[in-house]
Every structure is written in C-alpha cells, then in structure tokens.
Design a protein around this ligand. Structure first.
Ligand code: GLC
Length: 737
C-alpha cells in the first residue's frame, strides 16, 4: 500500500494494522482533510525513524509481553524533579534510593520550559521540546531514561496537551495578530460567544482563576483559558494542532519516556452548548494517539488523567478491540478513602470497591493516596443521601475534619479553591499531616503519634490490597509533613497545593533506617507491605476480588483469590479497637507477622489492618520465614544486583542479535511475563529442584524473577531477618499499643 514511500517494513506492518481505523477516524474528525492525514502519516514515520535502536528494542520486548506493566510487583512514585533532587541529574544520582524504596516506575512531574510565576506547577508549557533550564536538558532526560531502563525502571512524564502557556511560540504569534496561530486556540472578537460558553461550562479554579476566558490585550480579543488565564486552550478541531502536538508527544517518547500522562484528558474538545468535558471527540483523539504510539513506539503506555465520576472514567479504557488509555487514575477510590478517614464509616468505600471489583480485570488502575493535586470531593452523593448526607453539608464536614476544625480531629489540611457560593472547597495536605502525624509530633503526644502512624500505614496497606499499580507520592515513604513555606512565597502563596509540594527532606530520609523514628517506622512498614505484595500472586491484577462482610461499619473487608491463594484483608477505620465479625473456615496466616491466625471474629486495634492468607496449594509451607519483615539496614553492595545488571545487559545484547521470538523475555527488567511463560517456568523450576530444597525456597524465588534489584535486596534482608525473634519482627509494622 505504501510502495512509493520507501518506509521500513516494520513501520509499514504496524501502520497497516491500524491504517483503516486511523484514516476513518481522522477523516471524520477533520472533515476528510486528506492533506493533513498524509502529513500525519509522514510525521509518524519521521518519529519512527528517529527512534533509537535501544528504544526500539524495548518496544519489541514489550510488544512480546504486552502485559509487562500489569504485575503485582509494579510500584510507582510521583515526584517533582526540583523537590526531589533539584535537577534531572540529581534524580539520576538518587536512583539507588528510589530502588531502595522498591520502585520500578518513576513519574516526574512536568519539567518542560514554563514561565516562572505563571507555570501552574509546570502545567503551562512554553516549549514542549525543551526542559526547564533550571532542571536540565533534553539530553539529561534521555540519559535518565536510559539509566532507569538499565535498572528495570520506567519513566512517566506529563504531556500537557489541553493548553499551552501564553509564552509558547504559537501563543506569541497569536497575540501578535497572526490569524493562523489564533486559529490554534479559541479566539473571539468580543464576549458574546464566551458568555454563551459560560452558561454551560463549569469552572476549574473558581477562586484562583474564575471563568473560562481571558481578555488578551495585545490581540484585542478574548481567548479561552479553562485553567489559569496564562494557560490557553488548544483547538483540536484544527488538524495542525493535533498533528504538531502528537509530534511533540512522540518526541518525548523518543527521549525515553515510557508512560505518557495525558493531562486533563476530558477537556481537550470544546463545543458550545456543552460542558466541554468528555465529549465523544475526546475519545477519538485519545484513540488516534494510542494508535500513533502503537505505530511509532509500542513500548509506550498512555495514562489518562480523568478526574471525573466513575461512569466518565471507565470509557477512557476504550474497548478490547479499540483500546484508548492503558491506565487510568482510580480517583474515586482515592477520594472515598479520605471520606472514610473523616467519617470512620466504610459504607461508601465498600460501595465504591464493589463498583471497581465489578470491572474487567484487564482494566489497569493507578491507585494512589495523594498526588500533587488537591483532593476533590467527587463522591457518590446519591448513595450518601440514603444516610442523610447531603452534598454541600457533607463537603463542609469533610473539609472541617481534615483541616482539623472538626471534633476530635488531628488532621492538618488546608482548603483549596473554596467557592463559597457552591460550598465546593477541595482539600490539600500530605498523607502524614492528614493522618494526624503533624499534630501528634507538634503536641509531642506519643499515643497520638502511634495511632496516626498506624492510620498512615493502614491506608497504604489498603492501597496495596487493590488491583492495579500503586503509586506513592514522594515524601510519603517517610511520612513527610506539610510544607507551610509557600505562604511566604510570592509566586506560590495563592495556590494551597504547594502545601504538599515541599522539597523532600533528605535529613528525614537519612532517618529511614532508625526504627525509633517516624521516618523509619513508616519507611520499613511500607517496604514490608511492598515486598509481601510482590511476593504473593494473590495480589495479581487477575485475582478475583470481593467484599468481605465484617458486620461492622468501621471495618472494610476485602477478599482476593488467585491460583489457590485466598486473602482476607481487614482495615479498621475507627479510632477505637473493633472486631470484624467474619467466620472463614480455612487455616489462615497473617502474612505480615507469619503467625497463624483464625479468620473468625478478628479483633483489630484502632486504625490497624490485617492481611490473612490461606494457600490451598501448600497450606503447610507458609511459615514465619515466608513473611518476615525486612530489617532497616541497607544491605551492602548486593551480589544479586550485579548479577541482575549483567543479566539485563546480556538480555539486551541478545535481543539485538537474536530474532525476536527467541529472546528471553523472562530476563527483561520491568517486563511482565505472560501466564504461559510463568507456568512453564514454574514447572521447569519444580522439575529442576529436589523437593526438599524447593520447600525451603521463599515463595517469591519460585515465581518468575521479575523483582527489581531493591526488592531482591530487601527480600534477602527479610530472609536473614527471619532468624530473628518474632517479637522484633512484628515491631516494624505494629506500633506500640
Ligand atoms: C491537571 C494537573 C493539575 C493542573 C491542571 C492544568 O489536572 O494535575 O495540576 O493544574 O491539569 O494543567
């Protein structure tokens, strides 16, 4: 079909796979503009041919293992480059720490050029091809990506596609009056049409940036600015915008970015008379971008930022035949979790989990407790109504509780975009401060601190119990508190999201191995949870999940079952000790402490949780050694790591030489194996090892070797720690009663 093009066969093969659909959707959206479509295809080839051999190898490896990102060993962290380590080179120099945290997925918040004081935390991009000079260069980004890949980690970056900064080249030319560039945005001669829009379009920042339009003095026109006035909405009805923005996205992929976070996805198509959210054309655009990525860089994942009610979120997965995003944020679960912290009543969360459990296992959610943004109270108010909770009054209750105004509350949050007319304020604060750690430390109250730390850990345990990819917010691994310095900063004071965007406190990080500190207690507890999660297949995305009824509205009960392993997870959201009135007949073990424990009338201290598991395949094999917590000490230069590094290099070299089908997918860092591969390997391992030796091996080692270096180190440490007395082992997670 493309004989005259002189394109490489691999590219043609990939393009042909999608060509009909691409052409059809493109023609529909852009009124059969053949010239624009042909430009689009040529552009795809341009980025395909620019892609480095190393990245093409990754593409190939991931294409072979399309589920590479879906394993229970995946763990992410979200961070601002400057807050974490100053610069991209700084991040690179701290990769050991990130691996020590057990991560294999690093999300760097926006780092492209953005004007100081008018940046919306980097979400107002002036140049999509240039890193903010204070953070480094595009070469630094590529270098960091490369180093991450070598360590089996992948890199996620925002692609802020809904708007550009008013300092973007297009915006400058539009301001100077060039019609061609004004057509890339939404410009109006007067307020007539904007006023019509305002009748149906809600506001994103009602307090800090009211309205959806701004007056552009130089152009003498009105321009659409859904977010801040310096963020000009792009007009995707113009194919030039779509073509050039897609090129900018592919350029980031070619700099080693593995996961593209499509910022503000629902907003990218506007139409008068609508709310300009989630319009059908948005799905067409996302589908087109998915196909573009599959043609040029199939190792890339699209993560949709869809902060909407569940019924609006799920369609962004698309269908099995026509997928859109690979992953979506589990925003409703996040908000419902904080509602539960404030109400100590799990009924809404249980209802939300039931909704999530009913979805196909193929859907991969990105689960999180906190991120760089505020917590918006997008809850199911229809459900809450039956308990007498009305939207406005309830939001006020939640905000009062989480800002510490509520009765008996130790939370320390701040409001965000308080709209007094709607009673619609959102909320800011770090996990630790919202859990009461800040207040307890301020009051020097040991009892409160224990309880607050327990809540913090319990919330993470709940996070890790969910199917999908857990993503930590940088600083949460050590329980970092709010940063109030933004109040004094003239460039930040009016945006309370900076409350939880403080610099990572490396002095506090240094305390992570000291179990007498808050930092050490949280850091180690999270490591244990992560290791246990990665170790047992019951945490796999494929597991069946259900609600366990504890006949106690303070306790959330979740069941998981996969390949003979059954988990009963219980979370006590009450400040009091509670009992989960369950009655499960099998023999269970607490997989954190290794102790056997009945799953009947389970007593849970305030804010505590328990992971009880039974293994129908090998019930007698579970032992304390299987689940011992890690020590706090950082292991010395790990042999396993060196081995793995060598294996990685070897695998890569082999990949370059051998035909794709023969490549050892199993050795690929951060790549997930197919079920068939896993089963074949397990069978092979079982056949190889004498029965006795097999019994002694920790379960994780028997399964596919998909661990990161740090996980392996920590596991080795855990195995060593297994020899220690049980009392010491439990102390990592269980705070003093
Ligand atoms: C996304 C970001 C948020 C930003 C907005 C505008 O929602 O998460 O921080 O303000 O987009 O780009």
């Amino acid at each position: 079909m493309f004989e005259e093009k002189n394109w490489e066969p691999e590219f043609i093969k990939r393009l042909e796979k999608h060509y009909d659909e691409l052409k059809w959707l493109y023609a529909e959206l852009y009124h059969n503009d053949q010239q624009a479509f042909s430009y689009f295809c040529d552009m795809l080839y341009e980025y395909y041919s620019q892609r480095s051999t190393a990245l093409k190898q990754w593409d190939q490896m991931r294409e072979e293992v399309p589920e590479w990102y879906k394993g229970n060993e995946m763990l992410g962290m979200l961070m601002y480059t400057n807050c974490f380590a100053g610069t991209l080179q700084g991040v690179k120099s701290h990769l050991d720490y990130l691996q020590e945290c057990g991560l294999n997925y690093v999300h760097l918040m926006p780092l492209l050029e953005s004007p100081a004081g008018r940046s919306d935390g980097g979400y107002a991009v002036a140049n999509f091809r240039k890193v903010q000079p204070a953070l480094g260069t595009m070469e630094d980004l590529a270098e960091l990506g490369d180093e991450c890949h070598k360590r089996g980690m992948c890199v996620c970056l925002d692609f802020v596609m809904n708007h550009t900064s008013e300092d973007h080249e297009w915006a400058k030319r539009a301001r100077a009056g060039e019609k061609e560039y004004q057509d890339r945005y939404f410009f109006y001669d007067d307020w007539t049409i904007p006023s019509e829009f305002e009748k149906t379009v809600p506001q994103v920042f009602p307090q800090t940036a009211p309205g959806n339009f701004s007056w552009c003095e130089e152009a003498g026109k009105v321009v659409m600015t859904t977010f801040y006035p310096y963020q000009w909405d792009l007009n995707y009805a113009n194919p030039v915008v779509f073509n050039d923005m897609t090129a900018d996205m592919l350029n980031l992929c070619n700099h080693g970015v593995d996961i593209i976070r499509l910022d503000a996805t629902p907003y990218i198509w506007k139409e008068l008379g609508t709310d300009c959210r989630n319009l059908p054309q948005v799905h067409t655009l996302v589908r087109l971008m998915r196909m573009a990525a599959e043609v040029v860089c199939p190792g890339t994942l699209l993560l949709g930022e869809v902060v909407m009610e569940p019924s609006k979120v799920v369609p962004y997965f698309g269908t099995i035949e026509k997928p859109e995003c690979h992953m979506l944020y589990n925003v409703t679960t996040m908000a419902s979790t904080w509602h539960t912290v404030a109400t100590h009543d799990v009924r809404l969360l249980r209802h939300q989990m039931e909704a999530v459990f009913a979805l196909p296992h193929d859907y991969t959610f990105l689960n999180y407790l906190r991120c760089h943004d505020d917590i918006g109270w997008g809850l199911d108010y229809n459900f809450l109504k039956q308990f007498g909770m009305e939207e406005v009054a309830h939001k006020k209750y939640l905000n009062d509780y989480l800002t510490g105004k509520g009765y008996n509350s130790d939370a320390r949050g701040e409001l965000y975009n308080d709209d007094p007319r709607l009673g619609d304020a959102r909320l800011c604060g770090t996990t630790a401060s919202l859990c009461g750690i800040e207040a307890a430390e301020y009051e020097n109250d040991e009892y409160k601190l224990d309880r607050a730390i327990r809540l913090d850990i319990m919330l993470h345990a709940f996070l890790f119990t969910q199917s999908g990819i857990p993503v930590l917010y940088s600083g949460d691994e050590i329980g970092q508190k709010n940063d109030y310095t933004y109040h004094e900063d003239p460039l930040k004071w009016d945006d309370s999201r900076y409350l939880h965007r403080g610099d990572l406190n490396w002095d506090e990080v240094a305390l992570r191995n000291d179990l007498s500190t808050r930092e050490g207690r949280i850091f180690n507890a999270l490591r244990v949870l992560e290791i246990v999660r990665a170790k047992y297949e019951v945490f796999d995305n494929e597991a069946d999940t259900w609600i366990v009824e504890p006949y106690n509205d303070h306790i959330l009960g979740i069941g998981r079952y996969y390949k003979g392993q059954k988990l009963i997870a219980l979370f006590n959201f009450s400040k009091e000790d509670e009992i989960a009135w369950i009655n499960e007949s099998e023999d269970y073990h607490d997989i954190i402490t290794g102790e056997s424990r009945e799953a009947k009338a389970v007593a849970l201290p305030a804010y505590d949780f328990v992971w009880l598991m039974t293994d129908f395949n090998k019930p007698l094999e579970l032992s304390k050694a299987d689940a011992a917590p890690v020590t706090a000490e950082k292991p010395s230069e790990p042999e396993a790591a060196a081995e793995e590094k060598a294996a990685g290099t070897k695998a890569k070299k082999t990949a370059a030489k051998k035909p794709a089908a023969k490549k050892p997918a199993a050795k690929k860092p951060a790549a997930r194996k197919t079920k068939a591969q896993k089963e074949a390997e397990a069978a092979e391992a079982a056949a190889d090892a004498p029965a006795e030796a097999e019994e002694k091996k920790p379960a994780a080692k028997k399964r596919a070797p998909r661990k990161t270096k740090a996980q392996k180190e920590a596991e080795a440490a855990a195995a060593a720690e297994a020899e220690a007395p049980a009392e010491k082992k439990t102390s990592v997670l269980k705070t003093k009663e």
